[in-house]
Design a protein around this ligand. Structure first.
Ligand code: CA
Length: 339
């Protein structure tokens, strides 16, 4: 589908019945390829009337559970299996995924900070613009699969934002619960503007973001959570038949509803050095306790500087590498939602 002003082309017809494996072709002129292009693989599966769900992975190129879960889904799912439409993009920031790094190596941009994009902008902006105008309008729900990447490690969760519209809120909560991650998280972002999340939400649609594990690794346990969650959402949206695979059905504790309600729940390094966390993922920190401390590498006699938790909560996220710079997020705490 062509979008006005966008240089992106594709053989995909989003309205066509059946299964299409193709790509978005993004023109990319560089030193070794004058008329070159970047291919972003896309699978579209459509069968009659029903809901449309977009699954994206690889928005950051150093996060692997999402791309692998979605590549498996793209291989396995056929038009006869579904009712409605499933759009699968395992590596939305394909150059970053190929490079195994968070940011696009082409323009050094974060794909999840450039929405709504710009058809005359840099490569990441061009991709974001196409997704915003060609794909998001088709969707009832968008599920973006992330992990912590190189720099963070997560207790696996599925998340949504605080939403004002009561109908959108309830529909999003129901989808989040259907995913059956260990934690269903409602989150106040620290990351600024330009997220795909806000585009989808502002269109009144359902948006979910999964955070699976991280540290630049692929966790088998988190991959299984991602695969189960994706399948469960297809059941939830009545795209495939079957029952939800619940955590309790797998002999696991039921999903817990938690929230990261504000910036006070983020612990930020006040200095550069080596971060020593006093807690593992999943452990509880009391407000006023040291979550960890920064050791100074060049001033050996200097006492490490503690990072005091401003709120009580469970450790949901930890910085993955020990080496830490001033301003890095080293821990995020979450609290249980009552009721
Ligand atoms: Ca991410």
């Amino acid at each position: 589908m062509a979008v006005e002003d966008s240089p992106i082309t594709t053989t995909i017809d989003f309205e066509k019945e059946g299964k299409q494996d193709s790509y978005l072709r993004v023109p990319h002129s560089h030193n070794t390829s004058a008329w070159g292009s970047i291919f972003i693989p896309v699978t579209v599966i459509k069968n009659g009337q029903g809901k449309t769900v977009l699954f994206t992975g690889g928005v950051h190129g150093d996060e692997y559970e999402g791309p692998v879960a979605l590549m498996k889904l793209a291989r396995e799912l056929n038009a006869n299996d579904i009712r409605g439409r499933v759009i699968i993009i395992p590596g939305l920031n394909q150059p970053a995924l190929l490079a195994g790094q968070r940011l696009s190596p082409v323009d050094s941009k974060d794909m999840n900070r450039v929405f709504p994009g710009d058809p005359r902008g840099t490569l990441s902006q061009v991709i974001a613009h196409y997704v915003r105008h060609a794909i998001l309008p088709l969707c009832d729900a968008v599920v973006d699969l992330h992990s912590g990447g190189y720099s963070l490690n997560f207790l696996p969760y599925i998340s949504m934002h605080y939403l004002e519209d009561p109908e959108q809120l309830q529909a999003t909560l129901a989808a989040m619960e259907a995913f059956q991650a260990p934690v269903s998280m409602i989150i106040q972002e620290i990351g600024g503007q330009g997220l795909i999340d806000y585009e989808v939400e502002n269109m009144g649609k359902i948006f979910l973001c999964a955070e699976m594990a991280g540290g630049g690794m692929l966790s088998p346990r988190a991959l299984k959570i991602a695969q189960t969650g994706v399948r469960n959402l297809l059941v939830h949206f009545e795209i495939i038949e079957g029952e939800l695979v619940t955590r309790e059905g797998q002999g696991l504790p039921a999903p817990r509803r938690m929230e990261i309600p504000g910036l006070d729940y983020y612990c930020i390094a006040p200095a550069a050095g080596i971060y020593e966390s006093f807690f593992e993922l999943g452990e509880w920190v009391e407000a006023g306790q040291s979550a960890g401390q920064i050791h100074f590498l060049t001033e050996l006699h200097r006492e490490p500087v503690p990072i005091i938790a401003r709120r009580s909560g469970q450790v949901i996220t930890l910085r993955a590498p020990g080496r830490t710079e001033t301003g890095d997020c080293v821990a995020v705490l979450g609290r249980e939602v009552e009721g």
